[in-house]
Design a protein around this ligand. Structure first.
Ligand code: SAM
Length: 223
């Protein structure tokens, strides 16, 4: 609720950007070097290849995955709230010589903005910025075509716990225990898979590559 009110006031189309330009530039250089083609090969095998697929890079930031998916033959829509990342991702796509559809907006409003479904929705390291864990899983589910796939990679609520201020720790607890989300606490481990189980799904693979990071891969049931 509080996050929704915040989003009513702070609008990207009116120039609001949560990511400072110098931070965005630094983050870009690091993450563009980190794209792991072997991992993308594995992801491609799971979704039956990128060729011809409509893909949504939800919270696409620097655009490294949007460009990688496009190079593999997908038709990609990048959506993010940051105008600084928009500019950088557009430049990167141009440098790479690929066409990506760029949309500035809140992830939580993706359904209203885009008004379409995708074969694959990719949401990496930005789940915490959603307004509410349960409603965001619902949005991701709705954005996926029947039979299509979603991938979420997120830090969980144990991430950086020791370094959190008492206030941030309290907000993490509020979200984990009472499902009241204020700001951007990470979801507790297991919450996202449990939320997806409320919907008809064909398969779900949950991986914990480390103690603080969770990967959830879901296929929506065919209708
Ligand atoms: C850590 S970056 C991850 C970017 C990219 N997905 C990646 O894997 O590198 C987090 C991204 O979430 C975006 N973001 C934060 N809040 C958002 C919101 N409410 N709606 C859309 N994007 C948001 C930021 O602008 C940033 O691009």
């Amino acid at each position: 609720m509080i996050n929704k009110i915040h989003a009513r006031i702070y609008r990207p189309e009116r120039g609001w950007d949560p990511v400072p330009a110098d931070y965005a530039q630094q983050y870009v250089e690091a993450v563009w070097r980190q794209v792991d083609e072997a991992w993308l090969d594995a992801l491609a095998r799971r979704i039956g290849g990128f060729e011809g697929k409509e893909v949504l890079d939800l919270g696409g930031g620097p655009g490294q995955y949007s460009v990688a998916f496009t190079k593999r033959g997908a038709s990609v829509t990048w959506l993010d709230v940051s105008r600084n990342y928009l500019r950088i991702a557009q430049e990167k796509a141009k440098e790479a010589g690929v066409e990506v559809t760029f949309v500035l907006g809140y992830m939580d409003e993706a359904m209203q903005i885009l008004r379409k479904q995708f074969d694959f929705v990719f949401n990496r390291i930005c789940f915490c910025y959603s307004w509410n864990d349960a409603s965001f899983v619902d949005i991701i589910y709705q954005l996926v075509r029947p039979g299509g796939y979603a991938y979420i990679e997120t830090n969980n609520s144990s991430f950086g716990r020791d370094k959190l201020s008492p206030h941030a720790r309290f907000r993490t607890w509020l979200n984990a225990a009472l499902r009241i989300k204020i700001g951007h606490p990470h979801p507790p481990r297991g919450r996202i898979p449990m939320l997806f189980l409320r919907y008809p799904i064909k398969q779900m693979v949950v991986e914990y590559p480390g103690p603080h990071i969770d990967r959830i891969f879901v296929q929506r049931a065919e209708e």
